[in-house]
Write a protein that binds this ligand. Structure first.
Ligand SMILES: Cc1ncc(COP(=O)(O)O)c(C=O)c1O
Length: 446
């Protein structure tokens, strides 16, 4: 490839990137190939991708089964829509597979899109249509959490609770409200669990009461928050959220874009707490990123209200051209087969426990404070010894990540939280390398 840096700087408009910050010292990381948990850049240097690209690679790079499935599918049928009484055979197979996989959650219908933001939009529109057709016209508000990430399209962004993402695009969609997240390390109420009695969950009840239960359509949350700093809620949090949703007839939407399909050591994040959502949202690990794909699953009750009985002429006037793209669906079918056959959910649980245990060894280091995780969704927060945050302008997290990258380990900085979320197939040796490099680089800047 001729001078990728020049192409990067002259032609690309990269998402979520302060492109002007890439100076002489910081090269764009241009990856050209991948195998297992490792990727190689344009200069032939190998890295352990300990962030699963963007929290999405479950089965690892370079899986020949995926390649074969896509090429076979493209030869057989490049595309056919699912609109207006049509379908392709692969979307039907995947819908069945997903509904069966989410059997415990009582999911009964699958609607497809091209990624997480679209899948969240779909969920929000399902919720609004459900209440409209239930004869409850006023139930349109959606409650989510500060710090949550639900995507970038206007509805998903309205549910997102990150001020920086929202500011330049306001006004956003009316009817969205935000409550505090279940962040026990930096409790927004400055309380301690369990004495807090889950104030953050009970805030949902207070907010619903304040808004008026007859106006609230849905609550949306990630079982464990990802981009907002990998926040694992305390036990009891989700049960309380579910209880409140049921009490006030508020639909519960589980945004499983990161937590779906084994990332947290359970098939779905909500399963850790036995929660049964009304709608589940998937993307990322659904296809391990081999092709873009999102899915929104709903209960039969929701589907029946939205569409009515056959012959009543009701429809969900929503859908994008690539809903149910056969090649994308083919990657998901193979991806789910690999997850099952190689027992990757269990591996995520075991390797996640090992990664946590190894990271705990770093706890004696001056900057290392909070370490937490669920399966292979793991965080390590850097802070001062008394837990006060490090000065933002020092960009300590980012410095650690950049130093680790020079040593061949890719992790991600969310402020001063180091997020580690490798492919579920990562080996113990690779985990050891990741932890050793992180330890040395944190030592290096302390
Ligand atoms: C929990 C969650 N929801 C939704 C999204 C949006 O997905 P996408 O980037 O595919 O639109 C993301 C992306 O990171 C996410 O983490």
């Amino acid at each position: 490839m001729t001078d990728p840096r020049k192409k990067y700087q002259e032609y690309l408009w990269a998402p979520f990137t302060q492109m002007g910050d890439l100076d002489e010292e910081v090269e764009p990381l241009v990856i050209v190939s991948g195998e297992g948990s490792r990727v190689t850049n344009s200069e032939g240097k190998e890295f352990i991708d300990a962030h699963g690209a963007l929290w999405l690679n479950s089965v690892g790079f370079g899986r020949q089964e995926m390649v074969d499935a896509v090429s076979q599918q493209m030869e057989q049928l490049s595309y056919f829509p699912s609109f207006a009484g049509m379908a392709n055979d692969v979307v039907l197979d995947l819908a069945e597979r997903l509904v069966r996989t989410a059997d415990q959650e009582n999911m009964s219908r699958a609607f497809f899109s091209s990624g997480g933001s679209e899948a969240v939009e779909t969920a929000l529109k399902m919720a609004r249509q459900y209440w409209r057709l239930s004869g409850t016209d006023r139930k349109y508000k959606v409650i989510s959490r500060r710090g949550a990430y639900h995507g970038v399209t206007m509805g998903a962004l309205s549910a997102t609770g990150m001020a920086m993402n929202r500011r330049l695009f306001e006004p956003l969609v009316p009817g969205f409200r935000h409550i505090e997240p279940p962040n026990c390390y930096r409790c927004p109420y400055e309380l301690t669990h369990p004495e807090c009695q889950l104030t953050c969950a009970r805030e949902l009840e207070r907010t619903i009461q304040f808004e008026g239960p007859d106006t609230v359509a849905a609550f949306i949350g990630e079982p464990a928050m990802g981009a907002g700093g990998v926040i694992i809620p305390p036990d009891g949090y989700w049960q309380e959220i579910e209880r409140i949703c049921r009490k006030y007839e508020v639909l519960l939407i589980s945004d499983e874009v990161i937590t779906g399909f084994g990332r947290t050591g359970e098939m779905f994040g909500c399963r850790h707490w036995g929660v049964k959502p009304d709608i589940m949202v998937f993307a990322k690990g659904l296809s391990s990123g081999y092709l873009p794909l999102g899915a929104t699953l709903a209960t039969e009750e929701l589907f029946e209200v939205c569409l009515g009985k056959w012959g009543e002429g009701r429809e969900f006037r929503h859908g994008t051209t690539y809903s149910g793209h056969p090649s994308a669906c083919a990657t998901a079918l193979v991806n789910l087969k690999i997850i099952e056959e190689e027992d990757l959910v269990q591996r995520s649980k075991e390797n996640g426990a090992y990664l946590l245990e190894r990271l705990q060894e770093l706890k004696s280091m001056p900057l290392v404070r909070n370490i937490n995780g669920l399966g292979l969704l793991v965080r390590m927060e850097l802070a001062q010894e008394d837990d006060t945050p490090l000065p933002a302008e020092d960009m300590t997290g980012l410095n650690v990540v950049r130093r680790a990258m020079r040593r061949g380990v890719i992790v991600r900085a969310l402020g001063d939280v180091i997020s580690v979320s490798p492919p579920l197939v990562i080996t113990r040796d690779e985990i050891d390398t990741v932890v050793d490099v992180l330890a040395e680089e944190i030592e290096g800047i302390s």
